[in-house]
Design a protein. Structure first.
Length: 261
C-alpha cells in the first residue's frame, strides 16, 4: 500500500501529473492530496492488483539492484595528470571497473586539507574534462573540509583541495564533493524498471540492519551496467558490500512495495 500525500504530488508537477491519476486499489490518499487533485480537475483511476505494473515489468517479482561501494577517489583532467605525474604522462590501467571503459589506475595522489591528509587515494581513468575528488563525510572530518553532496560533474560552488603527486602539487579551486547516491542503468534496464533519466528511486537494504535510501537518482546511458553506487559511509551504515543487492520499493516519492523490517 502507498500513502499518497500532497508533497508527493507536488514533486510530480515538473513532469506533469497524468489525468486521470492512476492509483492502486489499496493505495490511500491524504485529504490534502485529494483536495490537491480536485483543485486541478484531476480524477482518479483505480487500478486492480492484476493491473498494477509499475516497477514490476508485468510480474509480481520484486526487482533488485546490485550494489557497488565506492571508496574515496580522484578523477583528473589531462592537464592535471601531466602536472602531477610528468609531461606526456598517461594513466596506467590497474583494474577494470563495473562501468564499461572505466578503470582504477595504478596512480595515486595525496589529498591535503586544512586539518589533515589522506595518502594513496586512487585515481580513476580515463582522464576527464575537469578534475573531481569524491570523498565520504568521514573523510571530510579528517581533512577539515565539508563538501556538499552532489552528483558527479555538478561542481559549481564546491570547495577545492590540494592534490600532491610525485612531480608537484595541484590546488583545485573547486571539485571536492560527497557523491550523491545514484543508480546506473542501461536503456534496457530503464525500460524494465519503467523509469526515466533523473527519476528518484526508493531502495531498501536487506540483512540485519535494513535501511531506506529514499532519493536515489537514476542515471541512464547505453553503456551503463546496472549498479547502485554508495560511498563507504552509506554502505557501512547499511552493512552492505559490493555485489550485495537492494530492493526497489518505490519511485518519485511513492511506495510500490511494503517495507520489510
Amino acid at each position: 500500500m502507498a500513502l499518497i500525500t500532497e508533497s508527493c504530488l507536488r514533486a510530480q508537477l515538473v513532469k506533469g501529473i497524468p489525468n486521470p491519476f492512476p492509483v492502486n486499489e489499496e493505495d490511500k490518499l491524504t485529504p490534502a492530496a485529494s483536495d490537491f487533485l480536485k483543485s486541478r480537475g484531476i480524477s482518479l483511476l483505480r487500478k486492480t492488483k492484476a493491473e498494477t505494473s509499475l516497477l514490476h515489468n508485468g510480474s509480481a517479482e520484486e526487482l533488485r539492484i546490485p550494489v557497488g561501494v565506492s571508496n574515496r577517489h580522484v578523477h583528473l583532467s589531462e592537464e592535471h595528470v601531466e602536472l602531477l605525474f610528468g609531461d606526456g604522462y598517461r594513466l596506467t590501467p590497474f583494474k577494470e571497473l563495473s562501468q564499461t571503459g572505466q578503470f582504477a589506475a595504478r596512480e595515486t595522489v595525496t589529498l591535503a586539507g586544512p586539518k589533515g591528509v589522506l595518502p594513496q587515494v586512487r585515481v580513476l581513468g580515463p582522464s576527464r574534462g575537469a578534475s573531481q575528488v569524491e570523498i565520504s563525510r568521514t573523510d571530510g572530518y579528517l581533512l577539515g573540509i565539508h563538501p556538499p553532496v552532489r552528483l558527479s560533474g555538478h561542481l559549481q560552488d564546491t570547495p577545492g583541495i590540494a592534490l600532491i603527486g610525485p612531480k608537484q602539487m595541484v590546488m583545485l579551486s573547486e571539485g571536492l564533493i560527497v557523491a550523491k547516491n545514484h543508480v546506473h542503468m542501461s536503456v534496457d534496464d530503464a525500460k524494465q524498471f519503467q523509469v526515466e533519466q533523473g527519476d528518484r528511486l526508493i531502495l531498501q537494504s536487506t540483512g540485519d540492519r535494513p535501511l531506506l535510501f529514499a532519493d536515489v537518482v537514476v542515471r541512464i546511458h547505453g553503456q551503463y551496467s546496472l549498479e547502485l553506487h554508495l560511498d563507504t559511509d552509506e554502505a557501512n551504515a547499511a552493512q552492505l558490500r559490493t555485489k550485495d543487492y537492494v530492493r526497489v520499493i518505490g519511485c518519485n516519492g511513492q511506495f510500490t512495495h511494503t517495507i520489510r523490517g
